[in-house]
Design a protein around this ligand. Structure first.
Ligand SMILES: [Zn+2]
Length: 290
């Protein structure tokens, strides 16, 4: 719940990066692909042989090569997994940090269910295949290499940027909770999980890429019914099982009211502006429902 609160508390601040986006270099694109493939090959699945810590080490060595110092990168083991925190110190210590969130673990994949081996990354016809190619090693690497490119290019952020990658998002979320507790005052969280983009169908050119400012989660509900009870020879209409079933039916029928927050508002306003560009408008409409 803390994590959700943290993420939902994120507000749209002024753009962190003032410079207009530049097209990535071929070297940066190659690094995204290479790092993604190396990460996919590491079976970061809960349980025996969990290689999440190795994914963290892989990312750490990439960050060290792009200007992060050893002292700025922590890999903390937790149970059979680990989480990664890499800090890029901002020039203004008064500003609250920007958190780049993501998860290094993946859901178990049984090779029998897959056309290709899930942990042997392969590129075919321009598509990367492997467990984590979508959820979410590629997208976290994309964000990380983006930051690495900025740093190598001499960019100095005003606010501290923290890469905070958890190691058990698909299972217990213990490391997510640790990270949420550690950064309760983030100015904004960009969640690389659930991110995605679209290519122009005619030209293959990238149209856009989105990151989340929050992540939908679920809620557990525990119902407990007590009443006077009775004897089965004289069943009462007011019995606990009937009451419980009525309550369950009510929960099933309940529909939450749609609510706006600064993030969803900005999203829909942006989408409205895209209406002037038919291709972008179509692409925005194709985004998954929120
Ligand atoms: Zn995910």
């Amino acid at each position: 719940m803390r994590r959700t609160a943290l993420l939902l508390a994120a507000t749209l601040a002024a753009p962190v990066l003032a410079a207009p986006p530049k097209a990535p270099s071929a070297a940066a694109e190659a690094q995204v692909l290479e790092l993604s493939k190396q990460a996919i090959a590491l079976r970061s699945v809960q349980g025996e042989g969990n290689k999440t810590a190795d994914v963290a080490k892989l990312y750490k060595s990439a960050l060290l090569g792009a200007g992060w110092a050893e002292k700025d990168i922590e890999i903390t083991p937790v149970d059979d997994t680990a989480y990664l925190v890499a800090t890029w110190q901002g020039s203004d210590p008064k500003l609250k940090p920007l958190i780049i969130s993501g998860h290094m673990d993946v859901v178990e994949a049984n090779p029998k269910d897959w056309t290709r081996d899930p942990f042997t990354p392969v590129v075919e016809n321009g598509y990367l295949y492997g467990r984590g190619a979508s959820d979410q090693k590629f997208s976290m690497v994309l964000a990380m290499v983006g930051l690495m490119e900025l740093r190598k290019g001499g960019y100095q952020p005003k606010r501290t940027i923290v890469i905070a990658f958890s190691g058990d998002e698909e299972t217990t979320m213990k490391t997510s909770r640790i990270l949420a507790d550690r950064f309760p005052d983030a100015d904004m969280v960009l969640n690389t999980d659930g991110s995605g983009g679209a290519l122009d169908e005619a030209t293959g050119k990238p149209l856009y890429w989105t990151w989340d400012g929050a992540e939908k989660t679920y809620v557990d509900v525990q119902l407990e019914v007590t009443n006077a009870g009775g004897h089965s020879s004289a069943p009462r209409a007011e019995n606990a099982i009937a009451q419980l079933s009525q309550a369950l039916a009510k929960i099933g029928a309940y529909r939450f009211k749609a609510e706006q927050n600064p993030l969803t508002k900005a999203y829909f306003e942006k989408a409205a502006r895209f209406e002037s560009d038919p291709k972008l408008a179509a692409a925005m409409r194709a985004l998954p429902a929120m």
